[in-house]
Design a protein around this ligand. Structure first.
Ligand code: SF4
Length: 475
Protein backbone atom coordinates (compact mmCIF):
# COMPACT_ATOMS: atom_id res chain seq x y z
CA UNK A 1 0.00 0.00 0.00
CA UNK A 2 1.21 3.45 -0.83
CA UNK A 3 2.01 5.28 2.35
CA UNK A 4 2.71 8.66 0.80
CA UNK A 5 -0.26 10.89 1.45
CA UNK A 6 -0.87 13.85 -0.77
CA UNK A 7 -0.35 16.42 1.96
CA UNK A 8 -1.58 19.22 -0.24
CA UNK A 9 -3.83 20.66 2.44
CA UNK A 10 -1.81 20.20 5.58
CA UNK A 11 1.85 20.47 4.71
CA UNK A 12 3.93 23.01 6.56
CA UNK A 13 4.05 25.08 3.37
CA UNK A 14 0.32 25.67 3.64
CA UNK A 15 0.84 28.11 6.50
CA UNK A 16 0.77 31.47 4.80
CA UNK A 17 2.87 33.09 7.46
CA UNK A 18 5.83 30.90 6.56
CA UNK A 19 6.41 32.73 3.32
CA UNK A 20 6.62 36.16 4.91
CA UNK A 21 10.06 37.72 4.53
CA UNK A 22 11.77 38.64 7.81
CA UNK A 23 11.76 42.29 6.85
CA UNK A 24 7.98 42.31 6.39
CA UNK A 25 7.09 41.31 9.90
CA UNK A 26 3.44 41.00 10.63
CA UNK A 27 1.85 42.06 13.88
CA UNK A 28 1.99 38.65 15.48
CA UNK A 29 5.66 38.25 14.75
CA UNK A 30 6.29 41.72 16.14
CA UNK A 31 4.27 40.83 19.24
CA UNK A 32 6.50 37.80 19.82
CA UNK A 33 9.62 39.93 19.47
CA UNK A 34 8.15 42.56 21.77
CA UNK A 35 7.54 39.93 24.42
CA UNK A 36 11.11 38.72 24.11
CA UNK A 37 12.48 42.23 24.47
CA UNK A 38 10.37 42.93 27.57
CA UNK A 39 11.40 40.05 29.82
CA UNK A 40 11.88 42.36 32.80
CA UNK A 41 8.33 43.67 32.52
CA UNK A 42 7.03 40.12 32.25
CA UNK A 43 9.05 39.11 35.31
CA UNK A 44 7.56 42.03 37.25
CA UNK A 45 4.07 40.99 36.20
CA UNK A 46 4.86 37.41 37.26
CA UNK A 47 5.85 38.67 40.72
CA UNK A 48 2.47 40.40 40.85
CA UNK A 49 0.75 37.12 39.97
CA UNK A 50 2.77 35.33 42.67
CA UNK A 51 1.64 37.81 45.33
CA UNK A 52 -2.00 37.74 44.22
CA UNK A 53 -2.02 33.94 43.92
CA UNK A 54 -0.25 33.47 47.27
CA UNK A 55 -2.70 35.77 49.04
CA UNK A 56 -5.73 34.02 47.55
CA UNK A 57 -4.38 30.56 48.35
CA UNK A 58 -3.25 31.23 51.93
CA UNK A 59 -5.45 33.96 53.47
CA UNK A 60 -8.92 32.41 52.92
CA UNK A 61 -7.81 29.21 54.65
CA UNK A 62 -7.12 31.25 57.81
CA UNK A 63 -10.66 32.63 57.92
CA UNK A 64 -13.78 30.99 59.35
CA UNK A 65 -16.29 29.33 57.03
CA UNK A 66 -18.67 31.86 55.46
CA UNK A 67 -22.03 32.47 57.10
CA UNK A 68 -25.27 31.85 55.21
CA UNK A 69 -25.65 35.50 54.13
CA UNK A 70 -22.04 35.95 52.97
CA UNK A 71 -21.52 37.02 49.35
CA UNK A 72 -18.51 36.68 47.14
CA UNK A 73 -17.88 40.43 47.17
CA UNK A 74 -17.84 40.66 51.00
CA UNK A 75 -16.27 37.34 51.96
CA UNK A 76 -12.68 36.49 51.03
CA UNK A 77 -13.29 32.72 51.11
CA UNK A 78 -16.11 32.97 48.60
CA UNK A 79 -14.23 35.53 46.53
CA UNK A 80 -11.13 33.32 46.33
CA UNK A 81 -13.29 30.30 45.51
CA UNK A 82 -14.90 32.21 42.64
CA UNK A 83 -11.60 33.59 41.35
CA UNK A 84 -9.85 30.21 41.43
CA UNK A 85 -12.52 27.84 40.21
CA UNK A 86 -15.09 30.10 38.56
CA UNK A 87 -12.75 32.34 36.58
CA UNK A 88 -9.12 31.30 36.71
CA UNK A 89 -9.29 27.60 35.93
CA UNK A 90 -11.79 27.85 33.01
CA UNK A 91 -9.91 30.98 31.85
CA UNK A 92 -6.59 29.14 31.76
CA UNK A 93 -8.11 26.36 29.66
CA UNK A 94 -9.72 28.86 27.28
CA UNK A 95 -6.45 30.78 26.97
CA UNK A 96 -4.58 27.58 26.14
CA UNK A 97 -7.11 26.65 23.48
CA UNK A 98 -7.05 30.17 22.01
CA UNK A 99 -3.43 31.26 22.39
CA UNK A 100 -1.33 28.21 23.24
CA UNK A 101 0.33 27.73 26.62
CA UNK A 102 0.65 31.44 27.42
CA UNK A 103 -0.51 30.78 30.96
CA UNK A 104 2.52 28.54 31.50
CA UNK A 105 5.02 30.85 29.83
CA UNK A 106 3.85 34.29 30.90
CA UNK A 107 1.70 34.01 34.02
CA UNK A 108 1.95 30.76 35.98
CA UNK A 109 3.31 31.53 39.47
CA UNK A 110 4.29 27.92 40.05
CA UNK A 111 6.42 27.69 36.91
CA UNK A 112 7.93 31.12 37.61
CA UNK A 113 8.94 30.17 41.16
CA UNK A 114 10.23 26.78 40.06
CA UNK A 115 12.43 28.44 37.43
CA UNK A 116 13.65 30.99 39.96
CA UNK A 117 14.55 28.22 42.40
CA UNK A 118 16.35 26.41 39.58
CA UNK A 119 18.40 29.53 38.85
CA UNK A 120 19.75 29.54 42.41
CA UNK A 121 19.53 25.83 43.23
CA UNK A 122 21.66 22.73 43.04
CA UNK A 123 21.52 22.43 39.25
CA UNK A 124 21.50 18.63 39.20
CA UNK A 125 20.61 16.69 36.07
CA UNK A 126 17.05 15.38 36.21
CA UNK A 127 17.14 11.60 36.75
CA UNK A 128 15.75 9.30 34.09
CA UNK A 129 12.80 8.12 36.24
CA UNK A 130 11.64 11.71 36.61
CA UNK A 131 11.40 12.10 32.84
CA UNK A 132 8.87 9.30 32.47
CA UNK A 133 6.28 10.64 30.01
CA UNK A 134 3.28 9.50 32.02
CA UNK A 135 3.96 11.42 35.27
CA UNK A 136 1.78 14.40 34.25
CA UNK A 137 -1.08 12.02 33.40
CA UNK A 138 -0.75 10.15 36.72
CA UNK A 139 -0.49 13.47 38.58
CA UNK A 140 -3.57 14.83 36.80
CA UNK A 141 -5.65 11.76 37.65
CA UNK A 142 -4.43 11.75 41.26
CA UNK A 143 -5.07 15.45 41.90
CA UNK A 144 -8.45 15.34 40.14
CA UNK A 145 -9.66 12.47 42.32
CA UNK A 146 -8.06 13.77 45.51
CA UNK A 147 -9.53 17.21 44.82
CA UNK A 148 -13.01 15.72 44.67
CA UNK A 149 -12.47 13.68 47.84
CA UNK A 150 -11.58 16.77 49.84
CA UNK A 151 -13.93 19.15 47.92
CA UNK A 152 -11.24 21.44 46.56
CA UNK A 153 -13.78 23.61 44.70
CA UNK A 154 -15.68 24.35 47.91
CA UNK A 155 -13.14 24.77 50.71
CA UNK A 156 -10.10 27.02 51.05
CA UNK A 157 -8.26 24.51 53.25
CA UNK A 158 -8.43 21.94 50.46
CA UNK A 159 -7.31 24.52 47.87
CA UNK A 160 -4.36 25.48 50.07
CA UNK A 161 -3.38 21.84 50.46
CA UNK A 162 -3.51 21.02 46.75
CA UNK A 163 -2.39 24.29 45.15
CA UNK A 164 0.04 25.26 47.91
CA UNK A 165 1.42 21.72 48.12
CA UNK A 166 1.91 21.60 44.38
CA UNK A 167 3.75 24.95 44.45
CA UNK A 168 6.07 23.76 47.22
CA UNK A 169 6.96 20.60 45.29
CA UNK A 170 7.48 22.67 42.12
CA UNK A 171 9.95 24.92 43.98
CA UNK A 172 11.73 21.92 45.49
CA UNK A 173 12.07 20.24 42.08
CA UNK A 174 13.31 23.54 40.63
CA UNK A 175 15.83 23.90 43.45
CA UNK A 176 17.18 20.42 42.87
CA UNK A 177 17.16 20.04 39.09
CA UNK A 178 18.20 22.04 36.05
CA UNK A 179 19.70 25.50 35.83
CA UNK A 180 17.27 28.26 34.89
CA UNK A 181 14.88 25.54 33.73
CA UNK A 182 11.36 24.35 34.45
CA UNK A 183 11.91 20.66 35.05
CA UNK A 184 8.72 20.54 37.12
CA UNK A 185 6.59 22.00 34.33
CA UNK A 186 8.07 19.77 31.64
CA UNK A 187 7.97 16.43 33.43
CA UNK A 188 5.71 16.56 36.48
CA UNK A 189 3.08 19.32 36.54
CA UNK A 190 -0.42 17.73 36.82
CA UNK A 191 -1.87 20.21 34.33
CA UNK A 192 0.96 19.90 31.83
CA UNK A 193 -0.47 16.88 29.98
CA UNK A 194 -3.88 18.55 29.59
CA UNK A 195 -2.32 21.80 28.37
CA UNK A 196 -0.18 19.83 25.91
CA UNK A 197 -3.34 18.34 24.38
CA UNK A 198 -5.36 21.58 24.29
CA UNK A 199 -2.47 23.59 22.80
CA UNK A 200 -2.63 21.34 19.74
CA UNK A 201 -5.70 23.19 18.53
CA UNK A 202 -4.47 26.67 19.40
CA UNK A 203 -4.49 28.96 16.36
CA UNK A 204 -1.23 30.61 17.54
CA UNK A 205 2.16 29.00 17.89
CA UNK A 206 5.87 29.69 17.69
CA UNK A 207 6.78 28.57 14.22
CA UNK A 208 10.28 27.33 13.45
CA UNK A 209 11.80 27.52 9.98
CA UNK A 210 14.32 24.68 10.21
CA UNK A 211 16.19 25.69 7.04
CA UNK A 212 16.59 29.27 8.24
CA UNK A 213 17.74 27.97 11.63
CA UNK A 214 20.38 25.76 10.03
CA UNK A 215 21.57 28.47 7.68
CA UNK A 216 21.85 31.15 10.33
CA UNK A 217 25.27 32.40 11.33
CA UNK A 218 26.68 32.54 14.82
CA UNK A 219 24.67 31.05 17.68
CA UNK A 220 22.84 33.60 19.84
CA UNK A 221 22.40 32.50 23.46
CA UNK A 222 18.83 32.00 24.66
CA UNK A 223 17.08 29.93 27.28
CA UNK A 224 14.08 27.67 26.75
CA UNK A 225 12.95 26.91 30.33
CA UNK A 226 10.75 23.86 29.52
CA UNK A 227 13.67 22.25 27.66
CA UNK A 228 12.12 22.19 24.20
CA UNK A 229 14.37 21.29 21.27
CA UNK A 230 13.43 24.49 19.49
CA UNK A 231 15.18 23.68 16.23
CA UNK A 232 13.03 20.57 15.76
CA UNK A 233 9.85 21.96 17.34
CA UNK A 234 6.80 21.24 15.19
CA UNK A 235 4.12 20.97 17.88
CA UNK A 236 2.77 23.58 20.28
CA UNK A 237 2.31 20.94 22.97
CA UNK A 238 5.54 21.39 24.90
CA UNK A 239 6.10 25.08 24.11
CA UNK A 240 5.17 27.44 26.95
CA UNK A 241 4.81 30.36 24.54
CA UNK A 242 7.22 32.40 26.66
CA UNK A 243 8.60 34.16 23.55
CA UNK A 244 12.21 33.79 24.65
CA UNK A 245 13.10 32.20 21.32
CA UNK A 246 11.15 34.67 19.16
CA UNK A 247 13.39 35.84 16.33
CA UNK A 248 16.10 33.34 17.31
CA UNK A 249 18.42 32.83 14.30
CA UNK A 250 15.79 34.66 12.26
CA UNK A 251 13.96 31.33 12.22
CA UNK A 252 11.36 31.46 15.03
CA UNK A 253 8.26 33.61 15.03
CA UNK A 254 4.88 33.87 16.61
CA UNK A 255 2.46 32.94 13.83
CA UNK A 256 -1.13 32.00 13.19
CA UNK A 257 -2.19 28.63 11.84
CA UNK A 258 -5.28 26.55 11.26
CA UNK A 259 -6.33 25.10 14.64
CA UNK A 260 -6.56 21.69 12.94
CA UNK A 261 -3.21 21.63 11.20
CA UNK A 262 -1.24 20.03 14.02
CA UNK A 263 -3.53 17.01 14.16
CA UNK A 264 -3.83 16.65 10.40
CA UNK A 265 -0.15 17.05 9.56
CA UNK A 266 1.18 13.53 9.56
CA UNK A 267 4.79 14.62 9.94
CA UNK A 268 3.98 15.90 13.44
CA UNK A 269 4.05 12.86 15.76
CA UNK A 270 0.82 11.76 17.46
CA UNK A 271 2.05 10.73 20.92
CA UNK A 272 0.46 7.98 22.99
CA UNK A 273 0.77 10.14 26.14
CA UNK A 274 -1.33 12.87 24.54
CA UNK A 275 -3.93 10.38 23.29
CA UNK A 276 -4.27 8.67 26.70
CA UNK A 277 -4.38 12.00 28.53
CA UNK A 278 -7.17 13.17 26.23
CA UNK A 279 -9.22 9.97 26.30
CA UNK A 280 -8.80 8.78 29.90
CA UNK A 281 -7.92 12.07 31.59
CA UNK A 282 -9.74 14.98 29.94
CA UNK A 283 -12.73 13.04 28.62
CA UNK A 284 -12.86 10.10 31.02
CA UNK A 285 -11.94 10.81 34.63
CA UNK A 286 -12.46 14.58 34.41
CA UNK A 287 -16.00 14.08 33.05
CA UNK A 288 -16.80 11.67 35.88
CA UNK A 289 -15.38 14.24 38.33
CA UNK A 290 -17.55 17.01 36.92
CA UNK A 291 -20.72 14.95 36.94
CA UNK A 292 -20.71 12.70 40.02
CA UNK A 293 -22.45 15.22 42.28
CA UNK A 294 -25.49 15.34 40.00
CA UNK A 295 -25.44 11.74 38.81
CA UNK A 296 -28.48 9.63 39.79
CA UNK A 297 -26.30 6.56 39.10
CA UNK A 298 -23.99 7.66 41.92
CA UNK A 299 -26.91 8.42 44.20
CA UNK A 300 -28.57 5.05 43.55
CA UNK A 301 -25.31 3.25 44.18
CA UNK A 302 -24.89 5.09 47.46
CA UNK A 303 -28.47 4.51 48.62
CA UNK A 304 -28.33 0.82 47.79
CA UNK A 305 -25.06 0.26 49.62
CA UNK A 306 -26.04 2.42 52.61
CA UNK A 307 -29.34 0.54 52.98
CA UNK A 308 -27.55 -2.79 52.83
CA UNK A 309 -25.03 -1.67 55.46
CA UNK A 310 -27.78 -0.49 57.81
CA UNK A 311 -29.79 -3.67 57.34
CA UNK A 312 -26.72 -5.73 58.23
CA UNK A 313 -25.74 -3.40 61.09
CA UNK A 314 -22.36 -2.46 59.64
CA UNK A 315 -22.05 1.16 60.71
CA UNK A 316 -18.32 1.78 60.49
CA UNK A 317 -18.38 2.71 56.81
CA UNK A 318 -21.23 5.15 57.45
CA UNK A 319 -19.26 7.04 60.09
CA UNK A 320 -18.73 10.59 58.85
CA UNK A 321 -16.96 11.76 62.03
CA UNK A 322 -13.80 9.71 61.69
CA UNK A 323 -12.09 10.87 58.46
CA UNK A 324 -9.92 14.02 58.77
CA UNK A 325 -10.60 16.92 56.34
CA UNK A 326 -7.36 16.32 54.43
CA UNK A 327 -8.45 12.78 53.61
CA UNK A 328 -12.17 13.20 53.04
CA UNK A 329 -14.38 16.30 53.13
CA UNK A 330 -15.10 17.04 56.80
CA UNK A 331 -16.92 20.25 57.67
CA UNK A 332 -19.65 19.15 60.13
CA UNK A 333 -20.33 22.81 61.07
CA UNK A 334 -22.01 23.23 57.65
CA UNK A 335 -23.36 19.65 57.53
CA UNK A 336 -20.84 18.60 54.90
CA UNK A 337 -18.88 15.52 55.89
CA UNK A 338 -18.03 12.43 53.86
CA UNK A 339 -18.32 8.99 55.40
CA UNK A 340 -15.88 6.23 54.48
CA UNK A 341 -18.62 4.95 52.18
CA UNK A 342 -18.87 8.33 50.43
CA UNK A 343 -15.12 8.38 49.94
CA UNK A 344 -15.00 4.83 48.60
CA UNK A 345 -17.86 5.51 46.22
CA UNK A 346 -16.40 8.77 44.90
CA UNK A 347 -13.11 6.97 44.30
CA UNK A 348 -14.88 4.08 42.58
CA UNK A 349 -17.12 6.31 40.47
CA UNK A 350 -14.29 8.57 39.31
CA UNK A 351 -11.71 5.90 38.69
CA UNK A 352 -14.02 3.10 37.57
CA UNK A 353 -16.44 5.31 35.66
CA UNK A 354 -13.65 7.39 34.13
CA UNK A 355 -11.67 4.37 32.97
CA UNK A 356 -14.83 2.71 31.62
CA UNK A 357 -15.77 5.87 29.72
CA UNK A 358 -12.22 6.19 28.39
CA UNK A 359 -12.22 2.55 27.27
CA UNK A 360 -15.51 3.06 25.42
CA UNK A 361 -14.19 6.21 23.77
CA UNK A 362 -11.03 4.41 22.71
CA UNK A 363 -12.87 1.71 20.75
CA UNK A 364 -13.63 4.06 17.85
CA UNK A 365 -10.06 5.30 17.18
CA UNK A 366 -8.82 1.70 17.21
CA UNK A 367 -11.64 0.62 14.91
CA UNK A 368 -11.07 3.53 12.52
CA UNK A 369 -7.33 2.81 12.39
CA UNK A 370 -7.97 -0.88 11.66
CA UNK A 371 -10.39 -0.01 8.90
CA UNK A 372 -7.97 2.44 7.31
CA UNK A 373 -5.10 -0.07 7.56
CA UNK A 374 -2.53 2.60 7.07
CA UNK A 375 0.64 2.94 9.17
CA UNK A 376 0.43 6.71 9.32
CA UNK A 377 -3.19 6.77 10.39
CA UNK A 378 -2.91 4.95 13.70
CA UNK A 379 -5.31 5.00 16.67
CA UNK A 380 -3.40 7.85 18.33
CA UNK A 381 -3.98 10.12 15.34
CA UNK A 382 -7.68 9.26 15.31
CA UNK A 383 -7.89 9.72 19.09
CA UNK A 384 -6.45 13.22 18.74
CA UNK A 385 -9.25 14.18 16.35
CA UNK A 386 -11.38 14.18 19.52
CA UNK A 387 -9.38 17.10 20.94
CA UNK A 388 -12.08 19.74 20.16
CA UNK A 389 -14.69 17.51 21.81
CA UNK A 390 -12.42 17.08 24.82
CA UNK A 391 -11.80 20.83 24.97
CA UNK A 392 -15.55 21.52 24.88
CA UNK A 393 -16.12 18.89 27.57
CA UNK A 394 -13.56 20.33 29.96
CA UNK A 395 -14.85 23.88 29.48
CA UNK A 396 -18.43 22.70 30.06
CA UNK A 397 -17.38 20.88 33.21
CA UNK A 398 -15.33 23.72 34.67
CA UNK A 399 -17.99 26.32 33.98
CA UNK A 400 -20.51 24.25 35.95
CA UNK A 401 -18.76 25.61 39.04
CA UNK A 402 -18.89 29.14 37.61
CA UNK A 403 -22.62 28.80 36.96
CA UNK A 404 -23.29 27.41 40.46
CA UNK A 405 -21.38 30.28 42.06
CA UNK A 406 -23.15 32.92 39.97
CA UNK A 407 -26.56 31.38 40.72
CA UNK A 408 -25.62 31.58 44.41
CA UNK A 409 -25.38 35.34 43.85
CA UNK A 410 -28.90 35.28 42.37
CA UNK A 411 -27.65 36.06 38.88
CA UNK A 412 -29.94 34.87 36.09
CA UNK A 413 -28.18 32.78 33.49
CA UNK A 414 -30.96 32.44 30.93
CA UNK A 415 -28.65 32.05 27.96
CA UNK A 416 -26.57 29.30 29.55
CA UNK A 417 -28.35 26.29 27.97
CA UNK A 418 -27.88 27.81 24.51
CA UNK A 419 -24.22 28.46 25.19
CA UNK A 420 -23.75 24.91 26.38
CA UNK A 421 -25.48 23.40 23.37
CA UNK A 422 -23.44 25.63 21.05
CA UNK A 423 -20.16 24.67 22.69
CA UNK A 424 -21.01 20.98 22.69
CA UNK A 425 -22.12 21.17 19.05
CA UNK A 426 -19.01 23.09 18.01
CA UNK A 427 -16.72 20.57 19.72
CA UNK A 428 -18.53 17.60 18.18
CA UNK A 429 -18.65 19.05 14.67
CA UNK A 430 -15.01 20.08 14.80
CA UNK A 431 -13.98 16.58 15.89
CA UNK A 432 -16.04 14.94 13.16
CA UNK A 433 -14.62 17.33 10.59
CA UNK A 434 -11.09 16.52 11.77
CA UNK A 435 -11.77 12.79 11.40
CA UNK A 436 -13.23 13.41 7.93
CA UNK A 437 -10.27 15.53 6.84
CA UNK A 438 -7.83 12.94 8.16
CA UNK A 439 -9.56 10.14 6.28
CA UNK A 440 -9.84 12.25 3.14
CA UNK A 441 -6.07 12.54 2.97
CA UNK A 442 -5.85 8.79 2.40
CA UNK A 443 -7.40 8.96 -1.02
CA UNK A 444 -6.08 5.52 -1.99
CA UNK A 445 -7.98 3.58 0.70
CA UNK A 446 -11.15 1.70 -0.25
CA UNK A 447 -14.22 3.96 -0.11
CA UNK A 448 -16.23 1.63 2.13
CA UNK A 449 -13.41 1.46 4.63
CA UNK A 450 -13.18 5.23 4.71
CA UNK A 451 -16.91 5.58 5.31
CA UNK A 452 -16.73 2.91 8.03
CA UNK A 453 -13.82 4.68 9.73
CA UNK A 454 -15.67 8.01 9.77
CA UNK A 455 -18.87 6.38 11.06
CA UNK A 456 -16.85 4.77 13.86
CA UNK A 457 -15.62 8.21 14.92
CA UNK A 458 -19.21 9.37 15.34
CA UNK A 459 -19.56 7.01 18.33
CA UNK A 460 -17.29 8.82 20.84
CA UNK A 461 -18.75 12.19 19.83
CA UNK A 462 -22.27 10.83 20.34
CA UNK A 463 -21.28 9.29 23.69
CA UNK A 464 -19.87 12.56 25.06
CA UNK A 465 -22.80 14.55 23.69
CA UNK A 466 -25.21 12.11 25.33
CA UNK A 467 -23.44 12.29 28.69
CA UNK A 468 -23.44 16.09 28.76
CA UNK A 469 -27.02 16.14 27.49
CA UNK A 470 -28.00 13.94 30.44
CA UNK A 471 -26.10 16.16 32.89
CA UNK A 472 -27.57 19.43 31.66
CA UNK A 473 -31.08 18.53 30.53
CA UNK A 474 -32.17 15.24 32.14
CA UNK A 475 -30.59 14.76 35.58
S1 SF4 B 1 10.10 27.01 22.43
FE1 SF4 B 1 10.80 27.39 24.51
S2 SF4 B 1 11.74 29.43 24.44
FE2 SF4 B 1 10.48 29.21 22.60
S3 SF4 B 1 8.50 30.12 23.14
FE3 SF4 B 1 8.37 27.90 23.50
S4 SF4 B 1 8.89 27.65 25.67
FE4 SF4 B 1 9.59 29.70 25.07
Amino acid sequence: MDTAFPLRFYSSASDASQTAAPSRRNRLESAGLWLRRHRRHIALMQWGVVVFYGALVVLPALLPLPSGDARLWNNLRLFAQFVFWGLWWPGVMLATIGLGRVWCGLFCPEGFLSELASRHGRGKTAPVWLKWHYWPFIAFVTTTIYGQLISVYQYAEAALLILGGSTLVAVLVGFLYGHDKRVWCRYLCPASGVFAVLAKIAPLHYKVDRAAWDNAGAEQPFNCPPLVDVRRMSSASDCHACARCAGQRDAVRLASRSPFVEILRLDIPARATDAYTLIFGVMGIATAAFQWTISPWFLNMKMTLATWLVEHEHYTLLDADAPPWWLLTHYPQVNDAFSWLDGALVLTYLLGGGVLLGALLLIAPHLAARLMRHPRLDWKRFALTLTPMGAASVILGLTMTTATQLRGEHLLLNGLPYLRVTLLGAGGIASLWLAFALIRQAGNVNRLRRIGAWCAMILPVALMTGLWGLAFFVW
